[in-house]
Design a protein around this ligand. Structure first.
Ligand code: NAD
Length: 479
């Protein structure tokens, strides 16, 4: 497949390519261009030229085009879902939901963008300004770079591109090397829907090289990055040199606290869903299970049984619950993290702890204690359940907070007042009570505390994240 520059399919200037592999079968599905510096420059020049036209397009017209695109996506849902499942390895059922979500998000952000109201500030509240008319307007930033990770290529594309385009910005998307194909197809559908060819471009290639080249270019006015904390830190440093606003959605090691008085059946269902969705590769997955003493053995037994019954295999099989990880490197890394935990004193209760190609069977680790890496800052991006025991709810909150991450969290207790008190003490961008922290309605201000991010995504965060405010003052007109 070619990349999308200025509405045209293009190869890399030096014809280099990267192959995209189906992690389930290890077969190469397609090749994409590995962009070079001249391609990056071309994309930026095109974006800069397109911005005045796109920004001057009336909001109602931009909204009409984006809503039309949402319809087109639904017409192509099955073929897009299949492609997404093949390049990513995610179960086909989740791939379908992600494509449907793309249509919904474009529709919703488009609608929301019609409410980008300014405010009127009365002048007469302060001496000396009585005769002035003061009001604010919201403006797009200009050229935005959107860098997306492999795990929710389309969902995160939608959470960045829909609000950016709806508010009049132009966007260059840099998808992850492993999953560029569905993004390219969807980008072409945006053009088919009538979006200006320079307003949305997709540049494929090596992240450290072209991602960095994009972020450091002074023609870029906004960067929205989702990925690991390590790379996010680099992106912030590079963007910071030009004071480019950088929004970061980063890693997590989210706790799920299970109190003695929790409803075990619902805990089990939510723990399984919250850890295994996307084959265990969600930023806001529940990744540390902190269980208070009296319920701990029952929880471990019930979870072990559920994990033994899990169906793993071909993600295109409708009955499969867990497919492969994104590639063999990811499975090897999870294997290494499991053995690091057993070397530190943890036990494997379910699973072998061994990768098989890109597959890693669901794994349960018991005997995890608070000084182990997995109990703090080691994010495992795989269906691995580290279980820790706490003596009291207070100690559980302390263990939850003993991490440099602070994305989402969960508390299970039938005593809602106690759960709320605990939620207030947890350092995270969201705490779900009696449900997994893997919880993301479109509207919430989604994002993390501490090293899990900077800024928020979601419908309610759109104005703040994608527009800048200008105040207009008409001096003395009321005298
Ligand atoms: P990653 O950081 O390796 O890559 C993310 C993107 O950055 C890719 O497109 C990659 O090509 C690009 N990139 C790599 N080096 C770069 C550089 N130096 N400059 C600019 N861009 C560069 O992450 P990943 O492995 O694709 O995703 C997994 C990580 O993302 C996990 O830590 C996960 O928790 C996190 N994540 C966070 C959220 C969130 O919303 N908070 C959502 C999904 C994933």
């Amino acid at each position: 497949m070619q990349m999308l520059l200025g509405g045209q399919g293009r190869d890399s200037g030096d014809r280099r390519t990267l192959s995209v592999t189906n992690p389930s079968t290890n077969e190469v599905i397609d090749n994409v261009p590995d962009a070079n510096a001249a391609d990056v420059d071309h994309a930026l020049e095109t974006a800069v030229k397109a911005f005045p036209t796109w920004a001057a397009t009336p909001a109602h017209e931009r909204v009409r085009l984006l809503k039309g695109f949402a319809h087109i996506v639904l017409e192509h849902q099955e073929e897009l879902a299949e492609l997404l499942s093949r390049e990513n390895g995610k179960p086909i059922v989740s791939a379908r939901q992600e494509i449907e979500g793309c249509a919904r998000l474009f529709e919703q952000y488009a609608t929301e963008s019609l409410r980008l109201y300014g405010i009127h500030i009365p002048g007469d509240v302060q001496r000396g300004y009585e005769d002035d008319i003061i009001y604010t307007r919201r403006y797009p930033y200009g050229t935005m770079v959107a860098i997306t990770p492999f795990n929710f290529a389309i969902s995160l594309f939608s959470h960045k591109v829909a609000p950016a385009l709806a508010t009049g910005n132009v966007v260059i998307v840099k998808p992850a090397e492993d999953t560029p194909l569905t993004t390219l197809k969807i980008g072409a559908l945006l053009h088919e829907a009538g979006v200006h060819p320079g307003a949305l471009q997709v540049l494929t290639g090596d992240g450290p090289r072209i991602g960095k080249a994009l972020v450091k270019d002074s023609r870029v006015q906004l960067v929205s990055f989702t990925g690991s904390t390590a790379v996010g830190r680099d992106v912030a440093a590079v963007g910071g040199k030009q004071l480019t606003p950088v929004r970061l959605e980063l890693g997590g090691n989210d706790p799920m606290i299970i109190c003695d008085d929790a409803d075990l059946e619902s805990v089990l269902e939510q723990a399984f869903f919250g850890r295994t969705l996307e084959n265990g590769q969600c930023c806001a997955a529940s990744k540390r299970f902190i269980v208070t003493q009296r319920i701990a053995a029952d929880f471990e037994d019930a979870l072990a049984q559920r994990l033994e019954e899990t169906s793993c295999g071909d993600p295109l099989d409708e009955t499969v619950e867990i497919g492969p990880l994104i590639n063999e490197r990811a499975a090897d890394r999870a294997e290494q993290q499991i053995s690091q935990t057993t070397e530190q004193g943890g036990h494997i209760r379910v699973g072998t702890g061994k990768a098989n190609g890109a597959y890693l069977a669901p794994t349960m680790l018991t005997g995890v204690t608070k000084n182990m890496d997995v109990a703090r800052d080691m994010e495992i991006f795989a269906p691995v359940f580290p279980v820790m025991r706490a003596r009291t709810p207070e100690e559980a909150v302390e263990m939850a907070n003993a991490s440099r991450f602070g994305l989402h969290a969960a508390v299970f207790s039938q005593d809602v007042a106690k759960a709320i008190k605990m939620a207030h003490g947890i350092e995270a961008g969201l705490v779900a009570i009696n449900g997994t922290g893997l919880y993301k309605p479109d509207a919430i201000p989604f994002g993390g505390w501490k090293e899990s991010g900077l800024g928020r995504e979601g419908l309610t965060a759109m104005a703040e994240q994608y527009t800048q405010v200008k105040t207009i003052a008409l001096r003395g007109v009321l005298s």
